[in-house]
Write a new protein. Structure first.
Length: 154
């Protein structure tokens, strides 16, 4: 069995195939825009060395359908804007349960600094696992900690 050297790997070549058969299959795949490994070709360059414009042109050549309709891209005006904010009232629940910041942080398994940010409402998000740990430690429900406050009309 002979081996044909292809890029950085060796591929076994069937003894019944002739070199002309391989050249024909390679040519047809190159005409289609891909080489044997599936990467796009432009001349003799692989897709990693193509410029952005060449990659776009190749993609357009392969996806030339006239029936496809591209959905509109949502703009900032079409996104839902919240009409209020979520406020964390962890400090009130901690006072009711007589638990210090350090005790709660140790029980939940987060740092004092991160728990302080949550307590003082200086976070944009909170993980559900963290919220579940806080609720478990304080024996409360998420609704006891999270409140929705509508925006006041200007």
């Amino acid at each position: 069995m002979m081996f044909k050297q292809h890029s950085d790997r060796s591929i076994p070549r069937d003894a019944t195939s002739s070199p002309n058969d391989e050249n024909q299959s390679t040519n047809t795949t190159k005409e289609a825009g891909r080489n044997d490994t599936g990467t796009f070709l432009s001349g003799n360059r692989s897709s990693s060395s193509l410029t952005y414009e060449e990659k776009v042109r190749l993609a357009q050549q392969q996806h030339t359908t006239t029936d496809a309709v591209t959905p509109p891209v949502p703009t900032a005006d079409t996104h839902h804007q919240p009409k209020g904010t979520i406020v964390l009232e962890l400090d009130k629940v901690m006072v009711d349960r007589h638990m210090s910041l350090k005790e709660l942080a140790d029980e939940v398994g987060i740092s004092n600094v991160n728990l302080s940010k949550i307590k003082n409402n200086r976070v944009a998000a909170i993980r559900f696992t963290t919220l579940a740990g806080i609720c478990e430690a304080l024996e409360c429900q998420p609704g006891d900690i999270l409140k929705y406050e509508p925006k006041q009309p200007a």
